[in-house]
Design a binder for this molecule. Structure first.
Ligand code: 5AD
Ligand code: SF4
Length: 433
């Protein structure tokens, strides 16, 4: 068999990594990667349902595939990811040319479909999914995503993830460590530990290990030079974790800590289980302990009940905390979530207006922070050629800022010192020293 597969991916890093697992299964079953959907024999759309916009992206992609299937009736099409889990079999009605629908906790069950068994869905609860060792076909050769846990138990009132990715489950530390050891042997230099809420790693497992404990063990693996993790819930950032970050030199000075809103009233409605004051206290401890730490966040504007004064709290929070970068979104209604039932939904125009204000404010802050780095000499891990300019290489600082510079291809995978010459809005330009 010499069939070609194509995986289309939308959404978070979790999904990007899931697509590497999907590609891993295809590779193990003798498939080759197609250039694009047009020359594939089998296509998987790995979807995201976090906001309506992500859903729209999927609808336009699947619409395109209808024509492909008409020209090539042998083409096999699967829908995976969060939309697959949420919409399930209803997808067959709307898109009769879809052959298989499988959820994020059923990637291992894709095999049955590839093997030609007569199955069209894999959506059931798969309670042992976190114990399965799946093949992974990674995109890069320098940094690797590693899942440490699946699912989420937080039930933030706006969020669909607990419904699509199910209950929180941690992988066994021995499985994680042997994966990282193999990565080190293969020459990977950086690992990014992945989970919806990495700080609660191990809370529900029978093993006597927590996230700082896991971090220590990964840190001690020879060959791995940098360790990162996403995402952290502010409520679970502990003193023990902050100390672990400080004491372990390979753990990079960056934390993504979604605040969502600067208004404690809105945080309550969001079921975030912290106040802005408590959040700010954690930021203060982080900065006091690790002065060079970069902090990024997620913001939602226009959550139901967000009055002008609540929005102003978010604006004040951005000025006060001085984030290195943010991801900001308009609140989007999601099926099954509690926020749907809240009163006082905000009109689209107000949401757009608030989003523009947040983005404009943060642009200035990010640029100011980047500008301060001009003239500094920083360590970067070189990841590969720059996407925008093949003449340049690209890497990241420990604080996760992208640096482009002129270098040699043999520098890829190396830790180098670069002098920052010029700050741009979303990246830095530097020279090797
Ligand atoms: N509407 C808008 N943004 C959302 N996010 C999650 N759910 C929604 C929603 N319904 C954002 C949060 C989260 C990030 C991954 O996506 O900010 O941290
Ligand atoms: Fe990731 Fe959430 Fe989107 Fe699912 S819905 S792909 S978990 S961002």
């Amino acid at each position: 068999m010499n069939k070609k597969y194509f995986v289309w991916t939308s959404g978070c890093q979790m999904n990007v990594h899931d697509s590497e697992k999907i590609a891993g299964i295809f590779t193990e079953t003798g498939h080759h990667k197609a250039e694009g959907s047009d020359d594939a024999d089998v296509i998987v759309l790995n979807t995201c349902s976090i906001r309506e916009k992500a859903e729209q992206k999927f609808y336009s992609e699947i619409g395109r595939l209808k024509k492909l299937k008409k020209h090539n009736p042998g083409l096999k099409i699967a829908v995976a990811g969060c939309i697959a889990q949420q919409k399930g079999e209803t997808l067959f009605k709307r898109f009769p040319y879809v052959d298989f629908v499988f959820g994020p906790n059923n990637i291992d069950n894709m095999q049955k479909w590839i093997d030609g068994n007569n199955v069209n869905t894999a959506l059931e609860d798969n309670p042992d999914y976190h114990t399965k060792i799946l093949p992974v076909r990674r995109e890069g050769q320098v940094r690797a995503w590693v899942s440490i846990m699946y699912g989420c138990d937080n039930f933030c009132s706006y969020c669909v993830v607990p419904y699509t990715r199910g209950r929180e489950r941690s992988r066994a530390s021995t499985d994680i460590l042997s994966e990282v050891e193999s990565l080190a042997e293969e020459g990977f230099k950086e690992v990014i530990l992945l989970g919806q809420n990495v700080n609660s790693y191990g809370n529900k497992s029978s093993e006597d290990i927590d996230f700082p404990g896991l971090l220590q063990k990964i840190h001690d693996i020879n060959g791995i030079q940098r360790v990162r993790f996403v995402t952290s819930h502010p409520r679970d950032i502990s003193g023990r974790l902050i100390r672990a970050m400080k004491d372990q030199p390979k753990v990079c000075e960056h934390v993504h800590l979604p605040v969502q809103s600067g208004s404690s009233k809105i945080l309550g409605l969001m079921n975030r289980r912290y106040t802005y004051k408590e959040y700010k206290e954690k930021i203060d401890i982080l900065r006091k302990t690790i002065p060079e730490i970069a902090i990024t966040t997620d913001i939602i504007v226009g959550f139901p009940g967000e009055k002008e004064e609540d929005f102003q709290c978010t604006i004040n929070a951005l000025s006060e905390i001085d984030y290195d970068g943010i991801f900001a979104f308009k609140y989007s209604k999601r099926p099954d979530t509690k926020a749907l039932e809240l009163p006082d939904h905000i009109d689209e125009r107000t949401k757009s207006d608030r989003l523009s204000k947040v983005l404009e404010l943060q642009e200035g802050i990010t640029y100011k922070k980047n500008k301060r780095l001009e003239g500094n000499i920083l360590e970067i891990l070189v990841e590969g050629e720059s996407e925008t300019d093949p003449e340049r290489l690209t890497g990241r600082t420990r604080s996760n800022k992208i640096v482009n510079f002129h270098g040699d291809k043999k520098d890829i995978g190396e830790l180098l010192k670069v002098r920052i010459l010029e700050a741009k809005q979303h990246s830095l330009y530097g020279e090797k020293v």
